[in-house]
Design a protein around this ligand. Sequence first.
Ligand code: MRU
Length: 380
Amino acid sequence: MDPAPPTPPSADPAPRTLRVDGDVVRTVDQARLPFEHVELVLADAAGCARAITTMQVRGAPLIGAVAGFGLAFALRAADDDAALDAAVARLASTRPTAVNLRWALERIRAVVRPLPPGSRAVAARAEAIAIAEEDIAINRAIGVHGAAMLRGAAVRRAADGRPVGPGAPLQVLTHCNAGRLAAVAHGTALAPLYTLHAAGVPLHVWVDETRPRNQGASLTAWELADAGVPCTVIADNAGGQLMREGRVDAAIVGCDRVARNGDVANKIGTYLKALAARDAGVPFWVACPTPTIDAAMPDGAAIPIEARDPRELTHASGRAGDGRVVEVRLVPDGVAAFNPAFDVTPARLVDALVTEHGVVSADAAGVARALRAAGRALAD
Ligand code: MRU
């Protein structure tokens, strides 16, 4: 096999969750955060599929990027039409809800299908790199547009006589992890927060713990602390009360699939936060890269909701007093548990979609506008 061509350098200096290194891809094993920071080296399709299924890599944009490299790896072994279709099907089956996974695989399949066998693996790798680089640019742009929205929230608060300033930070709530760990860099929902923080705007983030896998407590808190952004972890059930008390200026979350009418699938619990935000008059925004829009999905009703292992609910792992990471059981033996991993927030509860092309309304017109700006057809 020919050695992999060199990876084009990226101009963006932001910390990367995923790096292409010759014939392998390097990332961090998110199943071991926050207590162990262990590099995960992906070198074949099976490893990529396993990493997505086990959530060593997770977050809609990141699993799309890793699936793309998985397909390129698969084509190194065999690249006829049957092998291509089998690899796409295998990788697409790893997780059902985030549409970025299928989007990336279909994009690469469309590029390599017309090429003669023998040249497809190199082309697939180049396309996977393009997807990863685009993810960085998309999220950087979401950071800029979302930061402008948050500055607006600060202005509104000042108009209420509570200006943002030293000792009185802008208060933002987020759910799950839609930060740099969930993407190639920057993150989606956290990108505006990093942009504001870099601009010196005083900021504090309420981080939903995000049961059952605790992506908020384990991952969002880890990366915000790492970046020096002040944050506080709260129980999932606390956000509504904080909003009612006027302690949240805006809520911003990521998304795993957005339907044509603006309905949003995201981590389980998002819907309840949107309901509480609407009741309390807190703006509720969704950071939405256009690859996360499913142009073929008319509304949220048919979005597949992943049901994960009930063990994620019945057990929890954490660091014991002696430093070991241990797993404990929380639920009485013999009691059933059900673990839907995502929910759908109706578009009417979403105040705006923050895309890389700007802020649009969460409705058919807004989604169509975002797709047009991205050069995509309405139903692809
Ligand atoms: O199950 P996960 O951890 O992959 O779920 C992640 C989320 O729900 C994120 O909010 C979503 O993928 C957006 S990531 C930028």
